[in-house]
Design a protein around this ligand. Sequence first.
Ligand SMILES: [Zn+2]
Ligand SMILES: [Zn+2]
Length: 228
Amino acid sequence: MAETQSPVSDEARGLVRAGQAAMRVGDYEAARTAFERAAALEPNNQEARDGLREAQRRLQQAQRPAAEEQVEYCYRHPNVETALHCTACGRPICARCSTPAAVGQLCPECRRGRRPINYQVAPLDLIKGALVGLVVATLVTALVGFIGAFLGLFLFLLIFAIGPAAAEIIVRSVEWATGNKRGRPIQITVGTAMVLGGVLAYLFAPVNPLAVLLFLLVGVSTAVARLR
Ligand SMILES: [Zn+2]
Ligand SMILES: [Zn+2]
């Protein structure tokens, strides 16, 4: 009862042997090719299937350290490893520098570039905003402080009614001067101008200092909120 071998299974057995030999010398690519061809000839050949699985596993193992070597560092923090990239410019960025965008994340530079024009503030905008803000804030604060000198206790009621409206006048004047710029630098500029205006009003106008102080509290917070 000699077992008759078809040419196909002979070829498959030869391929399995070649694959096993390649495995022994560590040529997993060649081993995988041989096992694949053997499995194609004989889909039920267990040796071919086992060999193929093992060759694929070894190949994956060999690839993994290579992937780990491609460590990248945030372009703004050269010591921080990261796997994130800016969607717009492709540079690696760390989690701290990234801002979620519609697709992926943006680095701070690209985010700034995509900001609405209102938030792109030039130094000249700050100078114009500071000058106009200071002049108007001084006049408005002097007026509020002057009225406050006659109001006595009504001052406290009125300051919260007048304060936001008076601050709005200052905000509008700065918007006019800067062309509706806003954002953090404008907020700081206007807040500083208002405080300086309060000091000038206190020094040079017949004001109620308490009215000036209260107006600054209400007015600066109103203006900062408006220019966000
Ligand atoms: Zn970018
Ligand atoms: Zn970073």
